[in-house]
Design a protein around this ligand. Structure first.
Ligand code: G6P
Length: 611
């Protein structure tokens, strides 16, 4: 969750760290802090955003060419100055920034208290830094040994950077269950919890693996396991444009990312659809194609928006490839003793590739010897690396906490994957395959047409910005879209919203409908059209306000609904990709009208690397 950045080299660390923290702020933003070394170690930290930290240190000494910074998303202890990172050990020997959760912190805290340690904060991180110091002083270890020994004692997840007073020319970084990347420059190194703060400095990076510990000085880097075995670092070249992580003139990253979708979908399909639009293939899963073709069952795991994409995947894979599919929340799957057979295929969907529950589900499935595939956006992320094969969505960096372009790219990838499997399994005719490919390839231009309704979406949003509840209804392929629409609204505008299969409305939610309740109905022309028209009538009969997403030229619903947003006609199976776009815009403009911080909604984080 939190963001970590570190620098060691010949430049001033402060501007590099601040810029890095700004890029990482989407990971957490309740407090921020920085430690710099230049003759002495100095730590500054404050509740609030990175800009508050900048104000806070304006008059302070900001010199130093070694340093680290942190932007926090609270797990243990409320957001305040004291709980903010970095945390210093009691005798001032060590300073740490940490992302993750130390699960046995409370028993360790008791032991350290018995040894005379007192704690200033409520955090698990302060326990860890004091444990490191205790081991260092008690057993006369080197700094690296003390960190290593402490990490062998703690359980839980972490990515961390440690600085020490006694070996002040070094940064020590370690990772278990939380991402960490090291950038290699000329005589300088960058550390960060993802590549976004590193990209403008160097393209050569090392992705740390779980249980890796790196000791970095200006002169070099040594990588070892927690068991003290030397690891040969694998250097990767980053393929990411800096422009992709800037706002490019939009007010918010979320709006920029919504508007990028015509392009991101092209990127997801690039190289996967043949130039004559007659065939589709995914190079990343070709090595396991025989198992896929013979699959008896697919289990899709994911969280949040990625879980919604998985639900669309279920409809797609069952329709085109005729394979039974189950869709699971990562968090439920990992703890409910699922029955997994070695010939099961598990597909983990994750934008970040780092979500702790999804990653744990991947590991569980691998232990059961199931084949595990990943559908990830972030190249080189943990899930991408730990799965046997997979598909990258290539949507580019998604910074807005509410996922938009990642969702449409995930669904696009799932659609082309289902088509490929259908073709290989003989469950999809060539004619239907070509129709579907052509539908998919035309989606980008149709999204552009939906984006042209931006002002209309904004107009409707302004009318209902003060509503207290919203209901979202859809049927078939559009039921997961209803869920996603409701989630978007909740996440960024803090309005209570529920998504429901339209037919289920009469089994409960209909009781909520009155003249104050906006009901967003996704009612495009498909197999369920007549039925959803009836559902709209049911809402209107109870005086609900209907905002309907309809196919272009629909006159029937126009008569009944309070507002319609027209979208181009598409085949039902690709309609989720298109129909979610107006829902994204509605949520965005409602949140803006309510004065909410769209890109950094309260309590949320972009990448949830804790349980
Ligand atoms: C967080 C984010 C959501 C995201 C979910 C899963 O809750 O706020 O936007 O859908 O995590 O993230 P993933 O990176 O695994 O897709």
């Amino acid at each position: 969750m939190c963001g970590i950045v570190g620098y060691i080299g010949k430049q001033d660390a402060y501007p590099i760290l601040i810029k890095g923290l700004q890029r990482l702020e989407y990971r957490g933003y309740d407090s921020a802090g920085i430690t710099l070394f230049d003759e002495s170690i100095r730590t500054y930290k404050v509740k609030g955003k990175v800009s508050d930290l900048e104000d806070f240190v304006k008059e302070s000494n900001r010199s130093g060419s070694i340093g680290m910074g942190h932007t926090r998303w609270a797990t243990h202890g409320e957001p305040n100055d004291v709980n903010a990172h970095p945390h210093e050990s009691q005798n001032g020997k060590f300073v740490i920034i940490h992302n993750g959760i130390i699960e046995n912190y409370s028993s360790l805290k008791k032991q350290l208290t018995n040894y005379g340690y007192e704690f200033k904060s409520e955090t698990d991180t302060e326990v860890l830094v004091n444990l490191i110091e205790y081991l260092y002083l008690d057993s006369k270890l080197t700094v690296e040994e003390a960190v290593r020994n402490a990490l062998q004692i703690v359980s839980g997840a972490y990515a961390l950077v440690v600085m020490s007073k006694d070996e002040d020319d070094k940064l020590i970084a370690a990772r278990k269950g939380s991402p960490m990347v090291i950038g290699i420059g000329e005589g300088e190194y960058f550390i960060a919890s993802d590549a976004s703060p590193i990209i403008e400095h160097t393209r050569s990076v090392i992705y740390m693996n779980d249980n890796d510990i790196a000791t970095i000085s200006k002169h070099g880097l040594s990588l070892k396991t927690l068991g003290n075995d030397v690891v040969a670092p694998k250097i990767h070249e980053l393929d990411l444009e800096i422009g992709a992580i800037e706002k490019a003139g939009f007010d918010h990253f979320m709006l920029k990312e919504i508007f990028e979708q015509p392009e991101t979908i092209v990127n997801t399909l690039r190289g996967r659809v043949s130039s004559d639009w007659k065939d589709v293939h995914h190079g990343g899963v070709m090595s396991v194609l025989p198992q896929l073709v013979n699959a008896r069952r697919l289990i899709i795991v994911g969280c949040g928006t990625s879980w919604h994409a998985g639900l669309v995947g279920e409809y797609l894979l069952e329709e085109f490839a005729r394979i039974p599919v189950e869709v699971e929340y990562g968090s439920e799957f990992r703890y409910r003793q699922p029955i997994l057979y070695p010939d099961d295929i598990v597909i983990a969907i994750s934008q970040s590739g780092e979500t702790a529950d999804t990653l744990a589900a991947v590991r569980l499935a691998k232990e059961s010897r199931a084949l595990v595939l990943g559908i990830c956006n972030v190249v080189g992320s943990s899930i991408a690396r730990e799965t046997h094969a997979g598909i990258y969505t290539y949507a580019g960096p998604e910074i807005g906490v509410a996922s938009t372009k990642a969702f449409t790219s995930q669904v696009t990838a799932l659609t082309s994957f289902a088509l490929m499997l259908g073709k290989e399994r003989g469950t999809l005719s060539q004619e239907r395959l070509e129709t579907m490919i052509s539908e998919l390839m035309r989606i980008p231009e149709k999204i552009t047409a939906v984006l042209n309704q931006n002002d209309h979406c904004k107009y409707i949003s302004d009318l209902y910005k003060d509503a207290e509840n919203f209901l979202y209804l859809g049927r078939g392929y559009l039921f997961p879209v209803a869920l996603e629409g409701a989630l978007k609204l909740k996440e960024i505008s803090y309005i209570h919203a529920e998504g429901y299969p339209a037919a289920e409305m009469k089994h409960g939610p209909i009781a909520l409908i009155d003249e104050k309740m906006p009901v967003v109905v996704i009612a495009t022309k498909d197999r369920s059209y007549e039925k959803i028209v009836s559902n709209i009538q049911e809402v209107k009969a109870r005086k609900g306000i209907v905002i309907a997403i309809v196919s272009e030229g629909d006159t029937v619903i126009k008569e009944m609904a309070d507002h319609v947003i027209e979208i181009p006609h598409v085949e039902e199976a690709v309609s989720p990709i298109l129909s979610v776009v107006p829902l994204q815009l509605l949520s965005y403009y409602i949140a803006v009208a309510r004065g909410c911080n769209v890109d950094q909604p309260r309590n949320l984080a972009k990448s949830v690397t804790v349980e």
